[in-house]
Design a protein around this ligand. Structure first.
Ligand SMILES: Cc1cc2nc3c(=O)[nH]c(=O)nc-3n(C[C@H](O)[C@H](O)[C@H](O)COP(=O)(O)OP(=O)(O)OC[C@H]3O[C@@H](n4cnc5c(N)ncnc54)[C@H](O)[C@@H]3O)c2cc1C
Length: 398
């Protein structure tokens, strides 16, 4: 039996390795090397897995179907498979990286296995069309074509297109009868407006971010936030970004709590004033926030930085509370696909048999990885999904 895998990213490589255990296997890859996107992951360190993988970390049009893909058994056996290939892990707060801390070494391990298993890779092969005739697939690339019995599509999404993931296969799959759910940038920064942007640009601090659509709370995340001259960024912002990008025609706001560990701001402020008697507000906040951030808070709350706690009115304390624990920004945009780490949306999971990753529209056609309507939060979940689905599709034999 002959299997072709279109796309030599994380998912396609694992699919090809598994398929090659029984089939003659060929990867058609648009780039001149495998796993170009892998090199960029985890800021070059490749956060390829997580100790706690379950469906609560994902968004999809069908979480019920996803439950049959992200099973304990699949998570366990794919993790062990990656280990058996040679990826030795280092764990940090549940996030798994290669021990070398270099994404390059993950790509190398995968490529070495591709060579060992005699998977043929055709580089610079830009797949442009697929047809099925007399039970066989014909895959057209550049000015050539190849035929095969089993076809695995692992071409990723349209996020970060300079890595080769340009969404070329979406229209082809639609033509073959698949449902394509709308595509939005995800794991990206948020744009907002306000005088304060040029002042807070460059600050990193801990915060809780809560995203609202038409005043309805949708999601909350806590972690490091990066304040920039266009808005907000950082892992916790990335994790709420798909809600913003898919609701930009609505009223999207984010409330930032710059003191996420403080339960009651008024009591906290009173206690600080007691601990630091005879200190001005500016001095009370000195080691809590950067000077620039405090200056924004004082300005927006209309309080004097040189004031002493005892001179503050109840409404001034309430206003300070509001700007520090519920700093509200209106979201006017998100980072685009050029910079988004993943894509929300894609081929509907309802078109897929979760036990095999086979299309319900075209037999012996399998879809894996980010081309599907599944996106995870930061933490290794997206690569894990790509590896797990590649593994399932590659190992299955009709
Ligand atoms: C900057 C960045 C950092 C990230 N960091 C992390 C991280 O730390 N942890 C994590 O879990 N996830 C991370 N991700 C997300 C993760 O990289 C992707 O979810 C994952 O790579 C998807 O794997 P895939 O195999 O489905 O697609 P891809 O890795 O995108 O691979 C698709 C492959 O298909 C090829 N291709 C496309 N079209 C064609 C065609 N027409 N013909 C032939 N070949 C084609 C492409 O060239 C590419 O090689 C990050 C993403 C980015 C952009």
């Amino acid at each position: 039996m002959k299997t072709i895998v279109v796309g030599g990213g994380a998912s396609g490589i694992i699919a090809a390795l598994k398929a090659s255990e029984t089939d003659e296997t060929i990867i058609l890859e648009k780039n001149d090397k495998l796993g170009k996107k892998l090199l960029l992951t985890g800021n070059g360190h490749c956060n390829y897995w997580n100790k706690e993988i379950d469906i609560t970390k994902y968004e999809s049009d069908s979480l019920e179907i996803l439950k049959n893909i992200i099973t304990e058994d699949n998570v366990d056996r794919v993790y062990k498979y990656l280990y058996s290939l040679g990826i030795y892990p280092r764990e940090k707060d549940g996030y798994l990286y290669p021990y070398s801390n270099q994404a390059y070494s993950v790509r190398e391990v995968l490529e070495q296995n591709i060579n060992k298993k005699s998977v043929k890779v055709i580089y610079n092969a830009n797949v442009k069309d697929i047809k099925k005739e007399n039970g066989k697939f014909i895959v057209f690339f550049n000015d050539e074509y190849l035929s095969c019995d089993k076809l695995i599509i692992s071409t990723g999404s349209k996020a970060y297109p300079k890595t080769g993931s340009t969404g070329d296969l979406y229209p082809i799959l639609e033509k073959l009868g698949h449902k394509l759910n709308p595509l939005y940038p995800a794991l990206t920064s948020l744009k907002c407006e306000g005088e304060f942007l040029k002042i807070w640009s460059g600050i990193r601090t801990d915060a809780k971010v809560s995203i609202y659509v038409n005043d309805k709370l949708k999601k909350e995340e806590t972690g490091e936030i990066q304040l920039t001259d266009y808005g907000i960024s950082g892992v916790c912002v990335f994790n709420i970004s798909s809600i913003a990008s898919s609701h930009l025609n609505d009223n999207v706001t984010v409330k930032i709590n710059f003191l996420p560990n403080v339960q009651d701001f008024s009591s906290w402020l009173w206690q600080r004033s007691q601990d630091l008697s005879n200190s001005t507000l500016e001095e009370i906040f000195e080691s809590v926030f950067s000077y620039k951030l405090s200056s924004i808070f004082f300005h927006m709350a209309h309080v004097n930085a040189k004031a002493y706690y005892k001179s503050l009115t109840a409404s001034e304390i309430a206003k300070l509370n509001e700007v520090i624990t519920e700093f509200t920004v209106k979201i006017i945009g998100t980072g685009d696909f050029e910079k988004a780490q993943v894509c929300k949306g894609g081929v509907s999971l309802t078109n897929i048999d979760p036990l095999t990753m086979e299309s319900k529209k075209v037999s012996r056609l399998y879809l894996t990885g980010e081309i599907l309507d599944v996106n995870g939060i930061c933490g290794g979940y997206n690569l894990a999904f790509a590896f797990i689905t590649g593994f399932i599709a590659g190992e299955y034999h009709a």
